[in-house]
Design a binder for this molecule. Structure first.
Ligand code: GDP
Ligand code: MG
Length: 196
């Protein structure tokens, strides 16, 4: 259970990541619902800034949870209008953090209503390449009829090239919240086992 959540720090290219503890990061395209997921999990709707205009977050934002682990809001991708230099900086920052060895687990977010984009597929290949354990979360499930949600989530996962399962999630009505909190519990338990 998440009892306490606080903003910790923002880190840009060349910055220093928090050193200790389990770090669980949200990745996905801009506007998919990364910040909303963090807020919804923490039951604090002012915690991570939610932006209606895509591509605003350029930094890695760390949140300290229960004084013990970190939720990490990674900058999104897929904003077509961004200049090339901006995209290169994003890539360098992502690559640096993915290869840092600090990352314990990735929650990769995909929109439950859409097939994954080429950039989503590339992101997923990176995750595999760096060997970071992951969980797929299909966001905005409230936008689909209940009877279609699990199937749509699984199809999106399959199209990504992953095992065909994703957790349907809604930051609007908290569908999927218990399942994601359980995942986090298991990740923390695993990390204990490996003496992290
Ligand atoms: N209906 C619905 N809207 C959502 C959900 N999650 C996020 N949004 C909306 O999608 C937009 C982008 O969300 P945000 O969390 O800022 O996405 P980010 O760019 O990935 O951090 C905002 O307008 C949110 O209110 C959801 O589960 N359901
Ligand atoms: Mg955001």
């Amino acid at each position: 259970m998440i009892k306490k959540a606080a903003f910790e720090t923002s880190v840009g290219l060349g910055g220093t990541y928090p050193e200790s503890g389990v770090q669980i990061a949200m990745v996905g395209k801009s506007n998919v619902g990364k910040s909303s997921l963090i807020n919804s999990l923490c039951n604090n709707f002012k915690l991570a800034r939610i932006s209606a205009s895509p591509g605003k977050t350029r930094l890695i934002n760390f949140f300290r949870i229960n004084d013990s682990f970190h939720l990490v809001d990674l900058p999104g991708y897929g904003f077509a209008k961004a200049p090339k230099t901006e995209k290169e900086k994003w890539g360098q920052l992502m690559e640096d953090y993915l290869s840092s060895g600090r990352l314990t687990h990735i929650f990769m977010l995909i929109d439950i209503r859409h097939a994954p984009t080429a950039e989503d597929k590339q992101m997923f290949e990176w995750i595999i390449y760096y060997g970071v354990p992951f969980t797929l979360i299909a966001t905005k499930s409230d936008k689909l009829a209940r009877s279609k949600r699990q199937q749509a989530a699984n199809t999106a996962a399959k199209l990504l090239g992953a095992p065909p399962y994703a957790i349907p999630y809604s930051s609007e009505n908290a569908e999927g919240r218990e399942e994601v909190l359980k995942r986090i519990g298991a990740i923390l338990q695993d990390a204990k086992g490996t003496n992290e």
